[in-house]
Write a protein that binds this ligand. Structure first.
Ligand SMILES: [Zn+2]
Length: 191
């Protein structure tokens, strides 16, 4: 196959050269309400890659980003934490034949980590892009949680913008006794 970034021949969706030059993570933490949100990149760095999101082959990019970032993050996390931790993806809903978020959470599967797929679903999927904050407030995601209760979990999403979706997810989970340790996202887009 070819590298989605430079078009060169590559065994992976992103070649080693691009990985080591264009996509060096600049990990940052934002405090949103009572939630710490960790992002590996700023949105602009990843934008060229994320434009593949709605193409059928976009899953390769997400799978690769999961392997590059989310998996090593969890390996390191486990070195400092012994309790069983759960991973919950925000609305692992299928678009263009795959779920973007599920590609990221799938990469976090390892001994000591319980990934719960598809347990936090949005009942409202209106598009927030370009809409004012007020619109988001008036049209919450209205999450439905069907996973395990009384656990500690890491919340995963692809992009964080205002953080309102993550906060709403945190609140829904809290009602089910799920303590969200922090949220982990691919990229942070500030408006
Ligand atoms: Zn490349």
């Amino acid at each position: 196959m070819r590298c989605y970034s430079c078009g060169g021949l590559s065994f992976r969706a992103v070649c080693e050269t691009c990985k080591n030059t264009l996509f060096i993570p600049t990990t940052q933490t934002r405090r949103i309400g009572t939630l710490d949100v960790i992002s590996f990149y700023s949105y602009t760095t990843l934008e060229p890659l994320l434009l593949t999101k709605h193409k059928p082959e976009g899953w390769r990019i997400y799978r690769e980003l999961g392997r590059m970032l989310f998996r090593p993050f969890m390996q390191e996390f486990l070195e400092h934490d012994d309790g069983a931790v759960h991973v919950i993806g925000v609305d692992e809903n299928v678009h263009s034949g795959y779920s973007h978020v599920a590609q990221l959470t799938h990469a976090m599967k390892m001994s000591g980590v319980h990934v719960q797929h598809g347990v936090l679903r949005a009942r409202n999927r209106v598009n927030y892009s370009g809409k004012p904050l007020q619109y988001r407030l008036e049209n919450p995601r209205d999450f439905l949680y069907t996973g395990k209760t009384n656990i500690s979990a890491i919340l995963v999403d692809d992009i964080v913008t205002t953080g309102m979706t993550l906060q709403e997810a945190q609140k829904t989970l809290a009602n089910h006794g799920v303590d969200v340790l922090f949220a982990l996202t691919l990229a942070s887009a500030r408006e």
